[in-house]
Design a protein around this ligand. Structure first.
Ligand SMILES: C[S@@+](CC[C@H](N)C(=O)[O-])C[C@H]1O[C@@H](n2cnc3c(N)ncnc32)[C@H](O)[C@@H]1O
Length: 224
């Protein structure tokens, strides 16, 4: 990211209610050991035996991140989330399940993306990003052309980005941008492919709240 002009903020609050004591303790005991390294880093060098490297952007309470990490111990999972209560909740899941294949960044995912080498990721998850539904706030949405370019840089050819939202306008605009990109191919073959969650999906907390204006829409985009 350009240090002179920080990018527009795509997230809301950084904390809400007081973090529970057990989770607060994990912020000082567990987080430092599983935090992503400072500066440029290659996730494959951090864990050479990983079969794949996945990045979840805005993992919220970490249910999906931890669930995938538990299901796929062969995969190295990176997660970024600036909402501290979410990070604390994810740490609890990571500790409870004894997960060692996860690294976290308690901050903006775009900072991490800028530090990763090209073609270093096999999958990217953007699940129910902040919808910013008012048109004057649309510019705060994460999925914009520069984000799509950066995701294309990071995914290896054949790598897949999964985007989900329950806001129809966000789904429409995101799909339009992905289809305008020469780097992505929308994998849908039939309506069910965007109406039904993919087989390996793990339900997220935000998804359960059904706060949007439509049923969830699922887009699977393959890096060409
Ligand atoms: C609506 S919540 C959904 C959380 C989770 N994915 C779920 O489905 O339960 C969107 C999350 O994205 C996070 N977020 C927004 N912008 C982000 C960014 N630039 N980098 C990382 N996380 C971001 C927010 O802090 C928030 O927790």
């Amino acid at each position: 990211m350009d240090a002179d002009r920080p990018p527009i903020r795509t997230f809301g609050r950084l904390r809400s209610r007081a973090i529970k004591p057990r989770q607060a303790a994990l912020m000082t005991t567990l987080l430092p050991g599983i935090a992503m390294p400072e500066g440029q880093f290659d996730p494959r060098a951090l864990w050479p035996e990983a079969s794949e490297v996945w990045l979840e952007i805005g993992f919220g309470g970490g249910e999906h991140l931890a669930g995938q990490a538990e299901r796929r111990p062969d995969v190295f999972l990176l997660g970024a989330e600036p909402f501290l209560n979410g990070v604390a909740s994810a740490l609890r899941h990571i500790e409870t399940h004894g997960l060692t294949n996860v690294r976290l960044h308690a901050g903006d995912a775009r900072e991490v993306m800028a530090r990763l080498p090209a073609a270093s990721l096999d999958r990217i998850f953007v699940l129910f990003p902040d919808p910013w539904p008012k048109s004057r706030h649309n510019k705060r949405r994460l999925v914009q052309e520069p984000f799509i370019e950066e995701a294309a840089r990071l995914l290896r050819p054949g790598g897949v980005l999964r985007f989900a939202t329950d806001w129809a306008d966000y789904a429409d605009k995101a799909l339009e941008m992905f289809q305008a990109s020469p780097h992505f191919i929308w994998l849908a073959q039939s309506a069910n492919d965007w109406r039904e969650p993919p087989a390996d999906h793990i339900t997220t907390r935000y998804e359960e709240k059904q706060l949007g204006d439509c049923r969830p829409i699922w887009l699977e985009l393959r890096r060409s």
